[in-house]
Design a protein around this ligand. Structure first.
Ligand code: HEM
Length: 226
């Protein structure tokens, strides 16, 4: 396959979707792991230090640019593929084809992805923009002043509406991953049925555990557990 076909052929576009999907899955592992530091019961010290490390070092900052590019590519290719498929069928996806034995969430990947995107817009505005571009409350550990993202989180999640938006975002992410995890590997050419069975099982576990851990963060803060 030529490089240009990654963006012009259907197989190429699916390959890009799979590759960016796996990259975003890796990001989620790092993000959920770092955020889990809020449960260290140290008033956010471990979490603030870890978040500050990621925000101030060169390599994570470069990866961050790659991350936003990955999100953008994943979203653009998804809409291009969806439109292309619609035009080929000449009908909308769900109705006339019936469910074909597939799970509902695999037929609504576009909608689920759109909900995750809406969640992300709110999320980036709430945490990432203040941390990178605005004045933020700071806290000092061993003489080093860092952004107090823990306090911002606690403050945000005293508002029940934010908690609800986050729970909807996490639920959409869970169903998006339930199909997306294994689909990413298929798009990269994994056809062996034994590997696929394993990938499917890991994917279901991932789609439950990671969004559940994320969802427990606003809940823990709202209920004052941390
Ligand atoms: C639900 C609980 C979540 C909490 C409490 C949370 C918290 C945060 C915080 C505090 C930041 C800023 C970090 C910094 O500036 O150093 C951040 C950044 C970010 N979050 Fe989340 N997050 C959550 C879920 C998610 C989910 C589910 C996604 C993706 C689907 C996501 C995607 C991002 C992105 C793309 C950034 C900006 C890039 C970065 O800082 O690495 N977050 N999040």
């Amino acid at each position: 396959m030529k490089w240009s076909e990654l963006f012009t052929s259907s197989v190429g576009k699916k390959f890009v979707m799979g590759l960016t999907g796996i990259f975003l899955i890796l990001f989620l592992i790092v993000h959920v792991g770092l955020n889990a530091c809020i449960w260290a019961m140290d008033e956010g010290k471990m979490f603030n230090l870890a978040a500050n490390f990621m925000g101030s070092m060169v390599v994570p900052r470069i990866l961050e640019i790659g991350l936003f590019a990955g999100f953008l590519l994943h979203i653009i290719q998804a809409y291009v593929l969806e439109n292309q498929n619609r035009r080929k069928r000449g009908v909308t996806y769900q109705v006339p084809m019936g469910n074909n034995g597939s799970k509902w969430y695999s037929r609504y990947m576009g909608w689920l992805g759109t909900f995750v995107l809406l969640f992300l817009v709110i999320h980036i505005r709430q945490f990432w923009i203040p941390s990178r571009f605005l004045e933020m409350e700071e806290v000092t550990y061993n003489g080093v002043a860092v952004h107090n993202l823990f306090a911002l989180m606690k403050d945000t999640f005293t508002n029940i509406w934010y908690v609800i938006v986050y729970l909807i975002g996490c639920l959409s992410l869970a169903y998006h991953l339930m199909h997306g995890f294994q689909s990413a590997f298929r798009s990269l050419g994994v056809y062996n049925s034994r590997y696929l069975a394993l990938i499917k099982a890991v994917g279901v576990g991932f789609a439950i555990i990671v969004p559940l851990a994320f969802a427990m963060m606003p809940i823990s803060m709202y209920l004052g557990w941390v």
